[in-house]
Ligand binder design. Structure first.
Ligand code: ADP
Ligand code: UVW
Ligand code: MG
Length: 390
């Protein structure tokens, strides 16, 4: 058995990818990289198995399909005979139907298309990627790995909204997302915390999309995202929690229809909407504009509130883990969060935090605070390998 597996992780602001060589059940990484989709300021980066930068270029990329085409061209010219024989996709919404990775066929793809309205920033791009590959590489097996799957362990009270029963029965309930990232963190947590990993842990996945997950026994007990990746924290361009009556008001008083509201809540709100400057945390932190500061303040304020709620759900907190673009790199944001959460028993080690070290809590901190780079791609590669060898 010798397979080369390509992993595609379509995020809301990027396509991350990995190429892995599978020999029997062993996976070794060949390349990992990222295409940041920022129009004319887009960047394409590839690292080798040691994490060293192998390739960097700026690019003009308008959408995820452009990004995948660029990646396939790069693989064709640079990856020699290591061309992928299977591809694993991160699929953000699996609805009630999918709780396990699955080989994609036409009926499954049709079911996934029906979930597009439930993840408008992600699902269309991942599914377009699947269609592109079906056309360009028809022989390649394609596997779907779901962001929602990890949260199937959440208790019913966490999954339901206070809505009439028939709506819950129709699938209008809380699914949770970033599950492939939480699955990775849950797997590596014992390496950093030993037996404490089984205790009450809050993971903060803070990227362009942002959510929290309460882990107990390394399983998901609660999360901030719900029916769609719009609920919970404010994000790059998403509003997070909102009084639903705001929508009723906008529909009635400003004649906003479904398309206006989708655009407003998913693409024009969040850090971008509040600052009027950018959805990108790097830009906001570098700006001295008062509205950039207010957007960052709101982000931190809401994260702290929700970490408090997660700790209440867990009946205490023993560990806090930061991950994803902002969580892994923005020391200033971690400082602001941890300073406000001192009352929970969190003490930061300032120099470790500045260095993005794995453990950033002070030795006498009751709560361990960690920074753990996520790796959704390796989780997808493992699931993909299991699926094609099953
Ligand atoms: N060095 C950094 N400092 C602050 N924020 C950063 C840094 N690097 C990346 N980010 C932020 O991380 C976010 C993207 O996170 P990421 O997890 O890659 O997103 P996604 O997977 O949703 O596309 C952006 O808001 C970006 O500004
Ligand atoms: C679910 C989600 O918001 O994903 P991302 O953060 O990659 O956009
Ligand atoms: Mg992401």
């Amino acid at each position: 058995m010798n397979e080369t597996i390509l992993v595609l992780n379509a995020g809301s602001s990027s396509v991350k990818f990995g190429l892995y060589q599978a020999k029997h059940s062993n996976l070794s990484k060949l390349y990992q990289g990222k295409i940041e989709i920022r129009g004319t300021a887009s960047r394409f980066e590839v690292r080798n198995d040691l994490g060293e930068t192998l390739w960097q270029q700026s690019a003009d990329i308008a959408c995820h399909e452009n990004a995948i085409e660029l990646l396939l061209r790069w693989l064709q010219t640079q990856a020699g005979n290591r061309q992928p024989s299977a591809v694993g996709h991160r699929i953000v919404h699996g609805g009630s139907q999918f709780s396990q990775p699955i080989i994609i066929d036409e009926p499954i793809l049709e079911q996934l298309f029906q979930l597009v309205p439930l993840a408008p920033l992600h699902q269309p791009d991942s599914l377009a990627g699947i269609r592109t590959l079906q056309q360009l590489r028809p022989a390649m097996r394609q596997i779907a790995c779901f962001d929602t799957a990890f949260h199937h362990t959440m208790p019913d009270v966490e999954q339901i909204y206070a809505l009439p029963r028939h709506l819950t029965d129709n699938g209008i309930k809380r699914y949770g997302f970033h599950g492939l990232s939480y699955e990775y963190i849950a797997q590596i947590l014992p390496d950093h915390m030993g037996k404490q990993a089984e205790n009450r842990i809050v993971v903060a996945h803070l990227g362009n999309g942002a959510s929290l997950c309460a882990l107990k026994g390394r399983k998901s007990l609660a999360t901030t995202m719900g029916f769609t990746p719009l609920e919970g924290l404010p994000m790059g361009t998403r509003c997070g929690n909102l009084d639903p009556a705001v929508l009723l008001y906008l529909m009635r008083e400003q004649q906003m229809n479904h398309d206006h509201l989708t655009e407003l809540l998913h693409r024009r709100a969040g850090l971008l909407g509040v600052s009027g400057i950018s959805a990108d945390m790097r830009t906001l932190l570098a700006s001295d504009h008062p509205l950039a500061k207010q957007a960052v303040d709101l982000f931190v304020w809401q994260i702290c509130r929700h970490i408090g709620a997660m700790a209440a759900t867990l009946e205490g907190i023993d560990g806090l883990v930061f991950t994803a673009g902002i969580g892994e790199h923005a020391a200033a944001i971690r400082t602001q969060i941890c300073t406000r959460l001192k009352w929970l028993g969190i003490e930061l080690n300032a120099s470790a935090n500045q260095a993005n070290a794995a453990r950033i809590s002070a030795d006498d901190s009751r709560v361990s605070v960690l920074v753990l780079p996520t790796d959704e791609e390796i989780i997808i590669a493992r699931h993909t390998l299991q699926c094609i060898t099953a």
